[in-house]
Design a protein around this ligand. Structure first.
Ligand SMILES: CC(C)(COP(=O)(O)OP(=O)(O)OC[C@H]1O[C@@H](n2cnc3c(N)ncnc32)[C@H](O)[C@@H]1OP(=O)(O)O)[C@@H](O)C(=O)NCCC(=O)NCCS
Length: 203
């Protein structure tokens, strides 16, 4: 039941690998080209996750959803130390390949950086609860809106955001790089935090 879901900012040290595994399961397809192999990528995500840049949903004490966001000029997966772990060439490759995917800060706006829910817990309202928590966080931080990016290969996620009142404020495409990341076009969607709360889905 959704009532047993708790959302907090940050995760504990023992939860780090599990949070990283969720993140990699959802976004590994587009992150994978940045690394020598999938194991390296997964380990790098685990090492680079910044607890202060992540909202975590737990059900029965277990992490079942994650919503990264940009804060303090950094994204959810940008902990530093990449060069020490991957070496100069590995770090260079990661920086170059990830550059087209990076989103910058937007003044006055909470920029989300990776929303994902454990595949076994989807369609139960956890993603929506994380988005509601992101609205609350933005309000607490004195920001006026929440923003995210959705790729053209994810129409169900986009439908979820639009139902919640997100509207398009920009778009782009990766052109010849589309094959590398597995998607071409993406949209930037934004929702003012003082917009009316979305109607609950009928049970
Ligand atoms: C998108 C995602 C975070 C939604 O989380 P969720 O907990 O299932 O969300 P909710 O239960 O609050 O809402 C579910 C709605 O989200 C949409 N949705 C998007 N992708 C979905 C998926 N893979 N499975 C189920 N629902 C999905 C549907 O419209 C669904 O509505 P429905 O249940 O009436 O069909 C989750 O599906 C997920 O982690 N997907 C993989 C990673 C991803 O695509 N992240 C978004 C990047 S922009």
């Amino acid at each position: 039941m959704l009532s047993s879901v708790e959302i907090t900012r940050g995760f504990t040290a023992p939860e780090r690998d599990h949070v990283a595994a969720l993140y990699w399961e959802a976004f590994g397809r587009k992150l994978r080209p940045a690394f020598r192999d999938a194991d390296t990528g997964r380990a790098e995500v685990a090492a680079s996750l910044r607890p202060g840049n992540v909202l975590v949903a737990r059900r029965d004490g277990r992490v079942v959803g994650v919503c990264g966001f940009r804060s303090g000029g950094a994204g959810a997966v940008s902990g530093g130390g990449t060069r020490a772990r991957l070496g100069l060439l590995g770090a260079l490759r990661a920086a170059l390949v990830l550059a087209p995917l990076r989103r910058g800060d937007v003044p006055g706006v909470l920029v989300l950086d990776g929303l994902c829910v454990d595949a076994g817990h989807r369609s139960a309202g956890i993603g929506s609860a994380l988005l509601t928590a992101a609205d609350a966080l933005a309000r607490d931080l004195g920001l006026r809106a929440v923003q995210l990016t959705v790729v053209d290969t994810n129409p169900r996620a986009e439908a979820l955001y639009r139902r919640r009142g997100y509207t398009e404020v920009g778009h782009g495409d990766l052109g010849p790089l589309a094959g590398v990341y597995g998607f071409d076009r993406y949209r930037t969607l934004r929702r003012p935090v003082d917009a009316p709360s979305p109607a609950r889905r009928p049970a």
